[in-house]
Design a protein around this ligand. Structure first.
Ligand code: 5RP
Length: 290
């Protein structure tokens, strides 16, 4: 029992000051449990409501793509500038230092590669996900793809069920494929399907036309992928336009780790996402960084 010497009577009851019930800052997640909200608050900055996720999970379908040959050399130095790391469990265990305090959004499905049919994936065992102490699980959904729509939607449904059991939010990732459109109509449908099946946030691609409608119709936050490598000023413009249209952040890979100056790119993207810096000013920031 605690030592009672010098015990002070409780007195600071704050009588007359009602306990605050604060609304949760991320859209569509008010009715989640504490664990989900806490994990989402590690991924998204509660002050800005935004996030810069660093995606380096490409190897699970592409192998050692340019910039990811040696993740220890190219990605680990960027970790402290990201709000969240998105990778596979293999890379997390083998390369990412367990001393990092950054939240991890774990790629939780795997299956086929670019050499065959994409997206015929199955999902990880949730117990392994829990062992890795992750903040979110990311699952691909391939709406409209005859071969994989059903299996990938089932993957999402199953992962959301597992997430609900253990308080882990799920990121629905909208797939792109050779027979799938890349316009606002398609991404609106695909992001909505992810949200309707219980994803807490959704990753998709920016579209020049109608992206604000994609964001508006999705009841949970949207983060955008960067896609193929663009010139740095164009990639910053992409991030800027997406944020201005209502995206809650980016989950970028190639436009960071294939950049001539990946660290400078991380800083410039972060300024766009969190401070609303214009694409031009962010490009200046990129150029000013050594
Ligand atoms: C693929 C992914 C990747 O993480 C995603 O494409 C982000 O990387 P990039 O910015 O290079 O497109 O989810 O399924």
């Amino acid at each position: 029992m605690a030592d009672m010497d010098g015990f002070k009577d409780a007195a600071a009851y704050g009588i007359g000051t009602p306990q605050k019930n604060e609304a949760f800052f991320l859209k569509g997640n008010e009715n989640q449990g504490w664990g989900v909200k806490n994990r989402l608050s590690r991924i998204f900055n509660p002050k800005t409501g935004h996030t810069v996720m660093l995606a380096f999970d490409h190897g699970f379908i592409m192998g050692p793509t340019s910039g990811l040959e040696r993740i220890d050399l190219t990605i680990n130095p960027l970790v402290e500038y990201a709000d969240c790391l998105m990778c596979t469990r293999g890379v997390l265990r083998s390369v990412v230092p367990p001393t990092t305090s950054k939240p991890v959004c774990l790629r939780t499905d795997g299956g086929t590669t670019i050499l065959t049919e994409l997206n015929l994936n199955r999902v990880y065992d949730v117990e392994d996900v829990i062992r890795l102490n992750v903040s979110a699980m990311a699952v691909m959904v391939a709406c409209g793809d005859k071969a994989s729509e059903q299996i990938t939607t089932h993957n999402l449904v199953h992962t959301v069920d597992m997430g609900a059991k253990y308080g882990i939010p799920v990121l629905g990732v909208t797939a792109v494929g050779k027979d799938m459109a890349r316009d606002a109509r398609y991404f609106g449908l695909a992001t909505r399907v992810c949200a309707e099946n219980g994803a807490s946030f959704v990753k998709t691609y920016y579209t020049e036309e109608g992206f604000e409608k994609v964001v508006a119709q999705c009841p949970v936050p949207i983060v955008i992928a960067g896609g193929k490598k663009l010139p740095e000023d164009k990639a910053l413009e992409l991030a800027y336009k997406a944020i201005q249209a209502g995206a809650a952040g980016v989950d970028m890979g190639r436009n960071v780790f294939q950049s001539a100056k990946p660290l400078a790119m991380m800083k410039a993207i972060s300024a766009v996402v969190h401070q609303g810096l214009s694409a031009q000013d962010a490009f200046q920031l990129y150029n000013d960084e050594k």
